[in-house]
Design a binder for this molecule. Structure first.
Ligand code: AMP
Ligand code: GLY
Length: 421
């Protein structure tokens, strides 16, 4: 199999690293990739949104399977474009990717399928939205309807805060078109977990749960980020809760999407709140999380490529995945100033020493080579992952590796997996 992965983050490094171990693989490409990915795949300089160039590359290089990592090309229709060119692509169609691209679409699917989720209402006029929150009171959640790169959700503790968010999104246009309509939701309370499911249009296989760390600072303070760390499995997400969430959230969504003529193939990532009334859906994403993907790949024993092919071919009903029992965790090293203003192009050393810690794997997220040196090129720069007999040992190994890095311009959270520890 000749495989093309699309993306350049830690998630795509972990996918490439896992795919590289498949006995089915003959050639692995990654567009655009990064210096870490270059060790396991041939990187090709095509951007993730240059769909025409990706299709041309895939055709000319006789690619058998395309694996997009991020949501943006999926929402833009990369799967449809590949299929029109006769190339198999592991990911949802543009229509099915609305589960991430539009909050309204997701809430409509959830309601039609009877999926437990927060009560909601959509507004196209700011004054109506403000009137609604004044009537409902706080706490209340304000969400921009479109894709807003993690900046479109405000969990408002007061009515004034909710009104300010509505004004910013709708009158201020701070998120562009993504904020021209808003969804206002009931505030759910409980621990949050992410559930990942491999889907082939009709069958969903659980890949297990993970907990993310969205705020930039220790103790969950500071602005939201793409994710500063993750671990899996999460002890609060018991096998019974996982089975319940698969039965009441993931499978009904799959059935509803099939009924709508837009069957979901790919990774369905359900953000869940474990409320007193059981798991409730916060949101769907249509791809692996980052850094959740890294921890799942470390725990997956089965051949990832065979699993993705089974999903593309609609054969998951006869498929089964095997997992390591040990927990895994990921600590994201970000450039100082992230998320607002990460410093760029600072040199990174000590990677070999860090990678030598037993149980540790290192994935590149935002790095590049400049004048023969590895430097940072983004906000989230390096993902340090570990697997060990228990979470205490995994955490000790991950932070030992962090301390061996020579990167004064980088930082990380020191409390990853606090929920379980
Ligand atoms: P989202 O972008 O939808 O994942 O939302 C970002 C974060 O906002 C989630 O991870 C939750 O922590 C929080 N959130 C979203 N919706 C709700 C809700 N209905 N109740 C409480 N918190 C929420
Ligand atoms: N870490 C959360 C996400 O990838 O959306």
């Amino acid at each position: 199999m000749r495989v093309l992965v699309i993306g350049s983050g830690g998630r795509e490094h972990a996918l490439c690293w896992k795919l590289a171990s498949s006995p089915l693989l003959t050639e692995l490409y990654c567009a655009p990739g990064n210096p870490g990915i270059a060790a396991v795949a041939e990187c090709v300089p095509i951007g993730v949104m240059d769909i025409a160039a990706l299709v041309t590359f895939a055709r000319e290089n006789r690619i058998d399977l395309v694996v997009p990592g991020p949501e943006a090309p999926l929402v833009a229709g990369v799967t449809d474009a590949m299929q029109e060119a006769g190339i198999a692509c592991f990911g949802p169609s543009k229509a099915a990717a609305q589960l991430e691209g539009s909050k309204t679409f997701t809430k409509e699917v959830a309601d039609a399928a009877g999926i437990p989720t927060a009560r909601w209402e959509r507004f196209e006029a700011a004054e109506d939205a403000r009137e609604f929150v004044r009537r409902r009171g706080a706490p209340i959640v304000v969400k921009a309807d479109g894709l807003a790169a993690g900046k479109g959700v405000v969990v408002a503790a007061t009515v004034a805060e909710a009104e300010a968010a509505i004004t910013d999104f709708m009158d201020g246009g701070t998120l562009g078109a993504a904020g021209s309509s808003v969804v206002i939701e009931e505030c759910l309370v409980g621990p949050e977990v992410s559930l990942f499911a491999l889907c082939d249009g009709t069958t969903a296989l659980s890949l297990g749960g993970a907990q993310d760390h969205k705020r930039v600072g220790d103790g969950d303070v500071g602005p939201n980020t793409g994710g500063m760390g993750a671990y899996s499995p999460a002890p609060v997400f018991t096998a019974a809760l996982e089975a319940d969430a698969m039965d009441r959230i993931v499978r009904p969504a799959l059935a509803e999407m099939a009924d709508r003529g837009m069957p979901f193939r790919g990774i369905l990532f359900a953000g869940l709140m474990l409320t007193e009334d059981g798991p409730k859906l916060i949101e769907f994403n249509v791809r692996f999380g980052d850094p959740e993907c890294e921890v799942l790949m470390l725990r997956l024993k089965s051949d990832l490529l065979a699993a993705l092919l089974a999903a593309v071919d609609g054969e998951l009903a006869a498929f089964d995945l095997r997992w390591r029992a040990e927990p895994a965790m990921a600590v994201v090293m970000a450039a100082k100033g992230y998320p607002a203003n990460p410093v760029k192009h600072s040199p990174i050393g000590g990677l070999d020493a860090a990678a030598g810690v037993p149980g540790v794997s290192i994935f590149h997220a935002g790095t590049e080579m400049r004048d023969g040196r590895l430097v940072s090129s983004g906000g989230r720069v390096i993902t340090i992952c570990s697997v060990a007999a228990d979470l205490h040992a995994a955490r000790a190994a991950a932070y030992r590796a962090v301390d061996l890095l020579d990167w004064p311009e980088g930082f990380c959270r020191r409390d990853i997996a606090w929920q379980a520890l």
